[in-house]
Write a protein that binds this ligand. Structure first.
Ligand SMILES: [Zn+2]
Length: 261
């Protein structure tokens, strides 16, 4: 935004409300208010369309995707870990049973050879079962390994994206804060202009501005051209407008903007 947009209009249009000199014409004051409104719109547009917002949306989508990938992996990992714990508990249970079994087998009070035979057979079966479960645990661990590695990878990716997000958020916050200060300055400047402007004119301007929804409601006559629509005004109409009383309002015949001349 060029800093000279304000007060760069007609020659000798310096606004000096404090010294009370009628330096600027009423319409020229209005044009300066309008210039400030254009700047306010530019500030709003700038803040709304910061390139960082697009970057942020991209990172947000990325984080969303990573989170759903993580959720799938976490579920798979939790399932395998649950199965591993269950198998480990089973091994512990078998080991306890085997210990109890051998205690009984070597118990001196054990008299029946049939009972000893049964205990030995049971000990063998328990041993085989334990090996099966332990193999199962090894398989589960092998299955878990790449999933855990992928999850760790994903976690690094997530923190890296979160860091990028924090940087972008800080940039957006800084831009918003700078825009806020600039907006406050312009609003102060605008309030000073409005205070020294003709209230009736300001009210007409505000009414037109509210109805125009962003299109210019005020144009400067630069030569024969209206600065609002950049079209040339027919010379007869131009003659009429320039001969009007300075306080009388005139509209551009093309776009209807109030003409400052
Ligand atoms: Zn026009």
């Amino acid at each position: 935004m060029p800093p000279d947009t304000v007060g760069s209009g007609a020659a000798g249009s310096d606004v000096a409300p404090s010294d009370g000199e009628p330096a600027a014409s009423p319409l020229e004051l209005l044009a300066q208010i309008s210039d400030l409104d254009v700047r306010l719109d530019q500030i709003t547009h700038h803040v709304r369309n910061l390139p960082e917002r697009e970057t942020r949306a991209g990172i947000e989508a990325e984080l969303g995707m990573l989170a759903s990938e993580a959720k799938v992996l976490d579920t798979q990992i939790a399932d395998l870990e649950r199965r591993q714990r269950r198998d480990e508990d089973e091994v512990a249970r078998i080991e306890a049973k085997r210990a109890h079994n051998s205690e009984r087998l070597y118990d001196s009070h054990l008299t029946s050879p049939k009972e000893a035979e049964a205990l030995t057979a049971e000990a063998d079966a328990l041993g085989r079962h334990q090996i099966e479960i332990e193999d199962q645990i090894l398989e589960l661990m092998e299955e878990l390994e790449p999933l855990s590695a992928a999850r760790a990878d994903l976690g690094r990716h997530q923190s890296e994206a979160s860091e990028r997000m924090a940087t972008v958020d800080a940039a957006i916050e800084a831009a918003e804060s700078a825009a806020g200060s600039e907006r406050d300055e312009v609003l102060d400047e605008r309030a000073a202009l409005v205070a020294s402007a003709d209230p009736a004119l300001v009210s007409i301007y505000e009414g037109r501005r509210a109805a125009a929804r962003g299109t210019p409601v005020l144009g400067r006559l630069i030569g024969l051209t209206c600065s609002a629509c950049h079209l040339e005004i027919p010379s007869v109409e131009y003659e009429r407008i320039t001969n009007l009383d300075p306080n009388e309002l005139a509209e551009c015949p093309h776009c209807g903007a109030l003409l400052v001349r």
